[in-house]
Structure formats: C-alpha cells, structure tokens
Design a protein around this ligand. Structure first.
Ligand code: HEM
Ligand code: 2DC
Length: 473
C-alpha cells in the first residue's frame, strides 16, 4: 500500500539543523554534491527542509514524468527571492521569469511566438552565423599575433562576449561589436554584473525574504548594484531601438526584408505593455550570457579530452556543410551528433542543478503520497551522473543519444513543458553555430590533464580555469 508523506526519508524535521550542516559542508558551493550524497544515503526520493524551504527531491525519469504531469496550467518553480526583492524594491515590473499565474501565461504566449516558435529559427540563423564567423576571424587574428601558430587561453571571457553579442543581435537586430579589439567598457561592466548577480544570489537563497535586507547587508548591496547595472544597460539598449522605431515610422519605410529583432517585433506587435516588454527583454539579455558560454566552454573541454570524437564531429560538420550547399538552416538539420554533444554536455554539466515545480494535485512517487502544493525538485545534476539511469555516466558519449534506448524524460537541460527555458531556441542555435565554425577551422587541444569539476554559483560553473590550445586545422 501507499506510504504516507510523513514517512518519507530525509532531513526534514529540523530545518535549522539542516541549514547548519549545509553551511558546514560548504553547501553554498556544493549544492550539487550534497544532492548526490543525499540520494546515495536516502534512496531515489527524500524529503528535506533547509532553513525556510521544504521540498521533496527525486532523481528518476519516471518520477520526472509524474511531476510534470502534475504541474498544472500555471507551472511554478522555486522563486528566487532576492531577484523578486530587487524588483519590488526598485518598483520594476517582473518579466516572464518571475511572473506567476495568468499574467505569466499571457506574457509567455506572446513571447513564445517571437523567441521559441520553430519558425523564428530562420530569422536567427543569419544573425548568429555572422557572429560565429566573427568569432573565428578573431581567433585567427589571435593565433597570428601569437607568432606560434596557436592560441593558448582560458576562453571563458571570450565566450561571454560571444554569448552577449549573439543574444544582443537577436534581441535588437544590431551588433554590439564585442568581438573587436576594443570593446565598450559598459558592455564589460554588464557582463561582470551578471556574474556578480548570480554569485551574490546564493548566500541569500535560503534566507526568508523579510530578513533579506537586514541580514548580510553587504551581499544584498552588491546584489542590488549588480541588478542596477544590468537594468540600466538593458534600458539603454531598449530606449535606443524604441527611438529608432518612432523615427522610422515618421520618416517612412522600415526595411521589410531585414529581420528587425525580437524587441522591435514585440513593440510593433503591441500586445504587451512597454513595461512588460522591457522586463522580459532585460531577462533575456541577462539570461543569455553565462548560460550558453559556460555550456560551450564545457563542450570544448570535453572535445579536447576526446580527440577521436572531435574528429568524428568535424567529419559530420564538413559533410553537412558540403551537402547543404550554403543553406545554413538546412545544414543545422544534418548534424545530429553535434546536437547530441550539446545534450551530453548538459547531462554532465547542467546549468541548473535542479528543476522544480509546486505540484497542483496529490501524486504518488516511489510509493509515497505527496500532497498538492509541495515543492518537488528533480535533481538534474544527480540524474545525469546516476549509473542507474545512464550506463557509464562518467564518460562523455554523445552517441548515447543517437542509440535506440529510451530517452524518456532524460534530456531535461532546458527544463520541460510550457515553463521550459524561453531562450532555448536562441541558445541551441547559437551553440550549434559556434561549434560548427570552431570545428571547421580549428583543433582544440588540452593544456593539461587537470580534472575540472562543477561549483555552484546559482548556476553550475567550472571550479577552475579551463585552459585550451587552439590550432588552425
Ligand atoms: C528558464 C536552462 C539559456 C532565458 C530556464 C530553465 C532552465 C534553463 C533549466 C528553467 C526551466 C524550467 O523550469 O522548466 C538554460 C540552459 C541554457 C539557457 C541550459 C543554455 C545552455 C538561456 C538563454 C536565455 C534564457 C540564452 C535568454 C536568451 C531563460 C528564461 C527562463 C529560463 C527567460 C524563464 C522562463 C519562464 O519562467 O517562463 N533556462 N537556459 N536561457 N531561461 Fe534558460
Ligand atoms: C538554482 O535551489 C538553485 O536559466 C535553486 O537564464 C533552484 C533554482 C531555481 C531557478 C533556477 C536556478 C536554480 C538556476 C538558474 C535558472 C533558474 C531559473 C532560470 C535561471 C535555471 C536551479 C536561468 C539561468 C536564467 C536566468 C535569467 C536571469 C539572469 C534574468
């Protein structure tokens, strides 16, 4: 028979004791490892209370399927309170990331058509392809300047610029010029602010919102300052496009051929208020930097460790290039192994340590009763590394995604369902094009055999610099 909620194993009886243990284990940077340990100790389902938050944690794909069937019409994930508090404090509108209920849904429906519907990929490809080509040109320049026919570097900053340039070109239909030698210092400030914003979120994650401003006033101040930089920079970009549009309307014709960018389309569509558009476009701009760049860095790291796989991917890319005869959109349909490589990177190195939903109905998982309203977390990092779910989980094998075995609820790097990552289409296109251009032009080699692990800075990032050597083919 089904067992009651109160019999669930796990540290849920004393939230403060768990919070204390959490600090002792350096839980702030180790959240992903603590979850792995908890699954090892308690089994595939456990209940936990850390300070203020109570959740049920699961790891199996079958349970993920049950979870997402119970997410309801307005799926809700864990609210990142410091992000909400910033907006409340500054009287700024929430974007889709933080909206809830009907307000979330009506905004999301409009945004979906502009940023994630399959047909928009055709608009993004020429823009993102150009950014990819510029990145290659920049690498060639660096190689030439080195005088050694190679470039040895920790690419993370270059990738931040690539990612911001990419998301900027799609949102605004314009280039920032971040892949040139001299970049706008404001852009650098924006990039740094996002990293600080993520980093300063973690210490405040388990503290009740009311205490937020009083406790850890320094983190809170840094957090506020980071968001201020992010919002001011985004406001400037948005104002700029808004002005251009108004001028164009007066002076006649907008170029009908050229794709004007997500923001201009949203403004012309006139279905969302200006404040709603600003809020969500700011989130897209901020969400589009560390996420894709980190995933690309992990992918290059893995490819540098598997030269044979790198050759196999290169062969696939070269053959797709040849057979698609200059049609880049078509080319993207002919690189299944490359797409599998991105999935494989997100299996071992997910951006999000977990996916979470408040369930809207009573459910049964692993034979335990879970009441409606409970926060259920799927341990994405732990799932990707579980040998019960993925044979030889430690080995990077993109081809596992092309075999006929079941992939049911196993590839969840971007989340699931109507609340999944809004930037997914941009992220995937941008990452595929980057890897295509890199593989076509360069060989990626590792500098040393140091094993790099993940560390939790709200998103999971490498715990040490990844230094690679890039050589022309
Ligand atoms: C939400 C992952 C890139 C914007 C999410 C979620 C995940 C995720 C796991 C939560 C989904 C859920 O709860 O089901 C990733 C990964 C990325 C990436 C792995 C790249 C490798 C981006 C980019 C953007 C972006 C490039 C912006 C252009 C967003 C937004 C949401 C979101 C706005 C909130 C959507 C909503 O609540 O309706 N992302 N993301 N992400 N992401 Fe991403
Ligand atoms: C962090 O316990 C760990 O895509 C918490 O682009 C639970 C949690 C809740 C929401 C997750 C967050 C974690 C990680 C970062 C995510 C976020 C939802 C969206 C956000 C996954 C797992 C991210 C990175 C967005 C950020 C956009 C923002 C900069 C405007």
């Amino acid at each position: 028979s089904v067992r009651p909620f109160k019999e669930l194993p796990g540290p849920w009886k004393n939230g403060l004791a768990t919070l204390y243990n959490f600090w002792k284990q350096d839980g702030l940077r180790n959240l992903h490892n603590i979850m792995v340990n908890n699954f090892n100790t308690f089994g595939p389902i456990y209940r936990e209370k850390i300070g203020y938050y109570e959740s049920v944690n699961i790891i199996y794909p079958e349970d993920a399927a049950i979870l997402f069937k119970a997410e309801g019409h307005y799926p809700q994930r864990l609210r990142v309170e410091p992000w909400v508090a910033y907006r409340d404090f500054r009287h700024r509108e929430y974007g889709v990331l933080l909206k809830e209920g009907e307000d979330w849904r009506s905004n999301r429906v409009v945004l979906n058509k502009e940023v994630i519907a399959p047909k928009v990929q055709g608009n993004f490809v020429p823009l993102l392809d150009e950014v990819g080509q510029d990145f290659v040109a920049r690498v060639f320049k660096k190689i030439e300047r080195s005088g050694q026919n190679k470039w040895t570097i920790d690419l993370h900053h270059e990738l931040f610029k690539y990612a911001l340039e990419s998301v900027g070109s799609v949102l605004y239909g314009e280039r920032f010029g971040l892949l040139q030698d001299h970049i706008d210092p404001e852009a650098k400030r924006f990039i740094d602010a996002i990293t600080v914003m993520f980093k300063t979120t973690t210490p405040m994650l388990y503290i009740p919102p009311g205490l937020l401003r009083r406790v850890g006033s320094r983190v809170w101040r840094e957090h506020m300052e980071a968001w201020d930089v992010i919002f001011n920079q985004a406001d400037r970009c948005i104002q700029n496009i808004y002005r251009q549009l108004r001028r164009a309307r007066k002076d006649e014709p907008v170029d009908q051929e050229k794709y004007p960018g997500v923001l201009a389309n949203l403004l012309m569509l006139d279905k969302l208020s200006i404040e709603d558009i600003k809020a969500s476009v700011t989130e897209l701009m901020a969400g589009g930097v560390d996420t894709t760049s980190t995933t690309l860095l992990w992918t290059l790291y893995e490819l540098s460790r598997s030269p044979d796989l790198q050759e196999e991917l290169r062969a696939e890319v070269l053959s797709a290039r040849h057979s698609s005869q200059g049609d880049t959109l078509l080319m993207l349909k002919r690189v299944p192994l490359l797409k599998a490589a991105i999935k494989e990177t997100l299996r071992l190195h997910p951006v999000a340590v977990s996916l979470q939903r408040y369930i809207t109905e009573d459910i049964v998982m692993q034979n335990y009763q879970i009441p409606a309203g409970t926060l259920v977390q799927l341990g994405l990092y732990a799932m990707g590394r579980s040998h019960r779910i993925f044979p030889h989980p430690e080995s990077y094998q993109p081809s596992r995604w092309l075999r006929s075995e079941s992939h049911y609820f196993r590839s969840l790097g971007f989340g699931f369902g109507p609340r999944q990552c809004l930037g997914r289409r941009i992220a995937e296109t941008e990452m595929q094009l980057f890897l295509i251009h890199m593989l076509e032009n360069f060989r990626i080699e590792r500098q040393n055999k140091v094993k790099v692990r993940s560390t939790f800075e709200l998103i999971l990032v490498p715990d040490k610099p990844i230094v690679l050597t890039i050589r022309p083919l």
